[in-house]
Write a protein that binds this ligand. Structure first.
Ligand code: NAD
Length: 371
């Protein structure tokens, strides 16, 4: 099958949906790849490297016109008219963006949004949320260490002792766990909070302290269990008690990294303006929830700002700042997903009895398949 890989056009997007490694594997399965010239450059993959792996280099329009198009982000308005009705699209298409999905459906595309894959063992190798959140958690700590004007580790030197940085991590999913692991490697003292009870053990196993906010009612306990591994909004009673505990830690923190998300909803506010005011000058907040409105109301998505003496980083695409590895992991996720819809013989198939395919298929025959 002819597979097209266009250059990503979204502002700030540096990733690419295939790498020479996955191109070779797709070629070995009998597919032909048309990659737009320059598609990999921002991820340090040259056209020559793609050609050496067996891809054909073409124009952006040729890549978009293929019967199967692999992308990182949903097509921009100028790209859609270049795609063929009836063709298939695989990417991170934002399954909660209803108008965006309607545009894909209106263009007659069969669209697979990989973020909608279930969080199951079988789907792990194609879990784009995890592969990219892992990178975001790492990069958040790197940025915090860069902006923070002191050391992370404790140092005992002839010129005196330097205290270890105190890092607070709010939201301990994939990104939060990686942020803990990375900050720990740099020698910080870490405390972390999450609504889900299963997280406590994971936090402690990484050498951080869990900010315990015990559940007091059955309603709180039930909400905390979440659904499908994801968090649900917690009752206000629990959030109030969490706020008190978090406020104490934030006031003493040097760095706060927030990653709390509830799928399809605005991010919960966990660090209020008063809490920011209580922080020491020179402290840093990196708000990974910035694309969903932020865990701090002072966050400005896409910008780094100084408020009440605190640097607030609202970067909205951290994986794009680690473009080479983010692309490598994403491309492997895509390759693994393609095994479900591209059998060895014949063209694309859509086996709806496969729970992963059924979950990620968001548009087909002009219809949006999400409620
Ligand atoms: P996410 O990005 O949706 O959310 C980040 C974290 O924010 C979550 O841990 C969530 O509980 C937390 N959160 C939400 N509201 C909060 C609040 N008010 N205060 C503090 N924390 C809050 O999460 P994710 O990284 O996508 O992970 C979601 C779940 O999926 C996790 O349980 C993870 O272990 C699980 N997972 C399973 C698999 C698998 O089984 N294959 C793969 C990846 C992730």
């Amino acid at each position: 099958m002819l597979i097209g890989v266009p250059r990503e056009c979204a502002a700030g997007e540096t990733r690419v949906a295939v790498t020479p490694e996955t191109v070779k594997k797709l070629k070995a399965q009998g597919h032909t790849l048309c990659i737009a010239r320059g598609a990999g450059l921002a991820a340090s993959i040259t056209d020559e490297a793609f050609a050496a792996a067996g891809a054909e280099l073409g124009e952006q329009a040729q890549a978009l016109a293929a019967p199967l198009v692999l992308k990182v982000r949903a097509p921009e308005p100028e790209e859609l008219p270049l795609m063929q009705r009836g063709s298939a699209l695989v990417g991170m298409l934002n399954p909660f963006d209803r108008p965006g999905l309607e545009r894909l459906a209106a263009a007659g595309l069969t669209a697979f949004a990989l973020e909608a894959a279930p969080r199951t063992t079988r789907a792990q190798s194609m879990d784009v949320l995890s592969s990219q959140a892992n990178i975001a958690g790492y990069k958040a700590v790197m940025i915090a260490a860069d902006k923070y004007q002191r050391f992370f580790p404790m140092l005992m030197t002839a010129a005196g002792t330097v205290k270890a940085a105190r890092v607070v991590i709010l939201g301990v999913g994939v990104a939060g766990l990686q942020a803990i692991a990375t900050a720990k490697r740099l020698g910080a003292v870490i405390e972390a909070s999450d609504v889900r009870p299963s997280v406590k053990e994971q936090v402690e196993s990484l050498g951080a302290k869990f900010i315990d906010v015990p559940y007091e009612t059955a309603e709180e306990r039930e909400a905390a269990e979440g659904v499908g591994g994801y968090a649900r909004p917690m009752p206000p009673s629990w959030l109030e008690r969490q706020k008190v505990e978090v406020a104490k830690r934030v006031a003493q923190a040097d760095v706060v990294i927030t990653t709390a998300l509830i799928p399809g909803r605005a991010a919960p506010v966990l660090v209020s303006e008063d809490m920011v005011r209580s922080m020491k000058p020179g402290s840093v907040i990196v708000d990974l929830a910035a694309p969903a409105g932020g865990n701090c109301p002072l966050t400005e998505p896409g910008r780094t700002v100084l408020k009440h003496g605190v640097t607030l980083v609202g970067e909205t695409n951290l994986p794009a700042l680690v473009a080479a590895d983010a692309s490598a992991l994403y491309a492997r996720n895509v390759l693994d997903f393609l095994k479900l819809v591209l059998p060895k013989e014949g063209g694309l198939q859509v086996p709806m009895d496969d729970d992963i395919v059924a979950a990620v298929l968001v548009c087909r025959e002009g219809q949006v398949l999400r409620s």
